[in-house]
Write a protein that binds this ligand. Structure first.
Ligand SMILES: [Zn+2]
Length: 94
């Protein structure tokens, strides 16, 4: 998943602000990281974030999750394509 620095950069590009506190809250505590990326908690977490950072902060929280899902699936797709290519090459299939 993108490091916090990437999230800060894309938040600045979108809003002019880095929303560091939000990205640090999502990614910063290894013990809570998975729970804070859990999409079934978006309403609960989103409400809390919106109260503190407004609608734009809420959108940056959702965008963080979106960007992580996209990066994770791109990585998974890349790994799978490599595994398929390696397997075909192993068997001499062209
Ligand atoms: Zn994240």
């Amino acid at each position: 998943m993108p490091p916090v620095a990437n999230h800060l950069k894309t938040s600045i590009e979108r809003t002019g602000k880095d929303y560091k506190e939000i990205h640090d809250w999502i990614d910063g505590d290894p013990a809570k990281k998975a729970e804070r990326h859990n999409i079934t908690k978006i309403y609960e977490h989103g409400k809390m974030i919106e109260e503190k950072y407004g609608k734009e902060g809420l959108q940056e929280y959702i965008q963080h999750i979106h960007d992580d899902v996209k990066a994770k699936f791109n990585h998974t797709q890349h790994d799978m394509e490599k595994t398929i290519a390696d397997t075909l090459a192993y068997f001499g299939v062209k």
